[in-house]
Design a protein around this ligand. Sequence first.
Ligand code: DGP
Ligand code: NA
Ligand code: NA
Length: 210
Amino acid sequence: MNGMRRGALIVIEGVDRSGKSTQCKKLVDSLKAMSVNADLVRFPDRSTHIGGLIDKYLKQKSHLCDEAIHLMFTANRWEKKEEMERLLKQGVTLVVDRYSFSGIVYSSIKKNMKLHWCQEPENGLLRPDLVFLLTLSENEMAKRPNFGDERYENTETQEKVAKAFLDMSREQGDWEVVPADGTIEDVHKVLLERAVKKIAEVERKSIRNL
Ligand code: DGP
Ligand code: NA
Ligand code: NA
């Protein structure tokens, strides 16, 4: 590497309504306030052509078979890879609202979709330096019933998603499971502290792939 410090790739994962989007925004804001160069990325990115197809699928305005939509979500990450890598190399820390792990989890809980098959097209995307998995207790999940009308927004799916994320967290390094029942501020403090440490740790390390 040249003398430049690279940014860190930090991902936040979790079930719907676990507070990911709120925490991602707060993390970026706090990092910026500390003069850390940081940016928010979110998946799916519904603003691209592929993202538009995903949006229609999620709003149940179109049908796609499980394999086809899986590859759409993956392609939506691939189409951002070059830009993300360029920003990281320029020293920008990226805070990412959902990533490949959502891709693998939301697909592999479907009947006839094998975990290995779901994992394969994610290989070669940028490997996060740190993944926060926000978890909710069953009690707290029941208290956040404000589902919208989108495809996966139902209790049965979300329970499967929560379990699949936890199973996945046991097999990976660089994951931090963060109980997210607490207040927005409490959760934020934990994320900020870990993120700041990680940013310093990886600034001279090379960027890896999944
Ligand atoms: P969000 O905008 O974060 O609320 O995500 C929209 C929905 O899409 C949410 O229910 C989770 C789901 N989702 C996110 N990423 C993927 C993915 O890569 N694959 C699949 N199948 N679903 C995903
Ligand atoms: Na959602
Ligand atoms: Na399956």
